[in-house]
Design a protein around this ligand. Structure first.
Ligand code: PEP
Ligand code: CO
Length: 462
C-alpha cells in the first residue's frame, strides 16, 4: 500500500504519540556516536533511578514568572558560561558567577523598577553543538570536542571518544552546583542587607565600581529607612529565586531526566528548570523539537538570521499549541549587523497571529569573530549595538523585549574586546580561559546591566 501513509495525518501535534524517547524516530543533529550502545543504555537506567535535580513546583513557579515577563511586569536575566567544565565545578567559580548575576539583577531591579527572573546558564550546561563533527590536525581526524558531558578536549583518540559515563559525572556536578547555589541563597547570601557579600575581590578598581557602589548605598538607605519607619526588619529581601537552564542538546541524557510526578499530568524534565533548543537543532522535523513538544517545562529556542516567519509560526504551533502563558520564549541572536533587517518580520508574524511569546535577546552568539592572532572573541561595541537595536526594533514593532541571555563569568578574564576598560587584542593573551565562546567578564557584564536600564528608560520616555 504505497500511498496509504499519505492518508495518515502528520504526527506533529499528536501528543498521544509523544514519549520521552519518541525523538528517536526523528533526525537528531549534533549527537555523538557512542561506540558502545549497551553502556549508553546502562547509563540511562542509572540516571533514571537517581533523584531529580529540580521539582515540578519550581518549574511551575518559573513559568509564572516568565508569564509576567511576557506581560512586561518582570524582566528575565539569563546568564552564565558558554560551557561549564568539570574542572571548574568549584566553590569560587560558582560563587563568583552567582555574585555577578546578583549584582546585575540588583542593577536591573533598581533601575527598571521591576522584579527580575534570575536564570543561570549552569548546573547542566555541559554539552555543546559544533560546526563540524570531526577535527583534523595533520594526518589525524578525530571526533570534535562536544562538551565535558560527552568527551574531553585533548586531541587524542581516547579523549575524544564519546563516553556515556560522563553523563553520570555531569549529573553529579550539576547536583553539586545546584546544592551549593541553593545553600548560599538559603543561607542569606542574596540578602539585600548585605550586598557586600557579593563583592568580588578586584571590584574596587573597576571603572564602574563607583556607580555601582552609589546605587548599593541608595538601596541600603531605602531599606534602613523602611525598617526605621515600620520598626521591623524588611522581610523577603533576604532571599531570591534562582533557576537553572542549559541547552538540552544531549537527548539521551534529557530523556533520562524526563519524569512524571504525582498529582500532575504530563512529563517534566527534572534535570533543569528551563531547557532551551540551540540554533543548530531547531528544525521543525528534528529530534530536539520532537522531544521538547512533550515536556511541561517552559522552553526557549534560539533563533538566528536564517529563520523565516512561517518557520517560527510552526514552531509556536508545535511547542505551545494551547498558547499557555510563560511557556515559550524565542531567544534571538542575529548579530549587530543583521538584527535591524532580520528581526522585524519575525516580530510582525507573531504579533499578527496574536501568539504569546517571550522575546529575549542574546547579543553574544551573532557577534563572534576571530582575531588576527587566532582568538575567538566578541567586541563589546557589537554586543551593546545588538542589544540597543533590539530594544528599538521591538519598540517599533509594538512588541516587548522581555529579557536578555548572556555568556558571562565572575572571573576576571579577558575574552571580549572593549568595554569600560577598553580591552584590546593584546589583552586577550593575558587571561583568555574559555575553551568555547568568549564571555563577558564582571565589569563588562555589569556595564550591560547598566546599559539595559538606560536604554529601557529612553524607550519608555519616547
Ligand atoms: C550557546 O548558547 O552557547 C550556543 C551555541 O548558542 P546558539 O545555539 O545560539 O548558537
Ligand atoms: Co556559546
Amino acid at each position: 500500500m504505497p500511498h496509504a501513509q499519505h492518508a495518515v495525518p502528520p504526527a506533529d501535534n499528536d501528543i498521544d504519540a509523544w514519549a520521552p524517547d519518541s525523538w528517536r524516530t526523528r533526525r537528531a543533529l549534533q549527537l555523538p556516536q557512542y561506540p558502545d550502545l549497551a553502556a549508553l543504555a546502562a547509563v540511562q537506567d542509572e540516571l533514571r533511578a537517581l533523584p531529580p535535580l529540580v521539582t515540578s513546583w519550581e518549574i511551575q513557579s518559573l513559568k509564572q514568572q516568565l508569564a509576567d515577563a511576557q506581560e512586561g511586569s518582570r524582566f528575565l536575566l539569563q546568564g552564565g558560561d558558554c560551557a561549564e567544565t568539570f574542572a571548574e565545578c568549584n566553590s569560587s567559580v560558582i560563587s563568583n558567577r552567582l555574585k555577578v548575576l546578583l549584582q546585575m539583577s540588583l542593577v536591573l531591579v533598581h533601575g527598571l523598577k521591576l522584579p527580575v527572573v534570575r536564570v543561570g546558564r549552569f548546573a547542566g550546561q555541559y554539552a555543546k553543538p559544533r560546526s563540524a563533527d570531526t577535527e583534523t590536525i595533520g594526518d589525524t581526524t578525530l571526533p570534535s570536542y562536544r562538551g565535558d558531558m560527552v568527551n574531553a578536549p585533548e586531541f587524542t583518540a581516547a579523549a575524544r571518544t564519546p563516553d556515556p559515563r560522563r553523563m553520570v559525572k555531569a549529573h553529579a556536578r550539576s547536583a553539586m552546583t545546584m546544592n551549593f547555589v541553593r545553600a548560599l541563597i538559603d543561607g542569606g547570601f542574596a540578602d539585600l542587607h548585605h550586598p557586600e557579600y557579593w563583592d568580588l575581590g578586584w571590584v574596587g578598581q573597576a571603572p564602574l565600581a563607583h556607580e555601582y557602589q552609589r546605587m548599593v548605598g541608595a538601596i541600603g538607605d531605602a531599606v534602613r529607612f523602611m525598617e526605621t519607619l515600620t520598626g521591623s526588619q524588611v522581610h523577603n529581601i533576604n532571599r531570591v529565586d534562582f533557576y537553572t537552564s542549559h541547552e538540552a542538546l544531549l537527548l539521551p541524557y534529557e530523556e533520562a531526566q524526563t519524569r512524571q510526578v504525582p498529582r500532575q499530568h504530563g512529563w517534566f524534565n527534572l534535570g533543569t528548570h528551563y531547557p532551551w533548543i540551540g540554533m543548530r537543532t531547531a528544525a521543525m522535523d528534528g529530534a530536539h523539537v520532537e522531544y521538547f513538544r512533550g515536556i511541561r517545562n517552559p522552553v526557549a529556542i534560539k533563533i538566528g538570521p536564517s529563520v523565516a516567519p512561517d518557520q517560527l509560526l510552526r514552531l509556536v504551533d508545535v511547542l505551545n499549541p494551547d498558547d499557555e502563558p510563560g511557556k515559550l520564549a524565542f531567544i534571538h541572536r542575529m548579530g549587530a549587523t543583521a538584527i535591524a533587517d532580520k528581526l522585524p518580520p519575525l516580530l510582525e508574524a507573531i504579533r499578527r497571529e496574536g501568539r504569546r511569546v517571550l522575546w529575549v535577546c542574546d547579543p553574544m552568539h551573532g557577534n563572534t569573530e576571530a582575531t588576527a592572532n587566532g582568538y575567538k572573541t566578541r567586541r563589546f561595541d557589537n554586543i551593546r549595538g545588538e542589544l540597543e537595536q533590539a530594544f528599538d526594533v521591538h519598540a517599533a514593532a509594538g512588541t516587548r523585549l522581555g529579557g536578555v541571555h548572556l555568556e558571562l563569568t565572575g572571573e576576571n578574564v579577558t575574552e571580549c574586546l572593549g568595554g569600560a576598560r577598553e580591552l584590546t587584542e593584546l589583552d586577550l593573551q593575558r587571561d583568555y580561559r574559555s575553551t568555547v565562546d568568549p564571555r563577558l567578564n564582571y565589569e563588562q557584564a555589569l556595564e550591560i546591566a547598566m546599559l539595559i536600564v538606560r536604554k529601557r528608560g529612553e524607550i519608555a520616555a519616547d
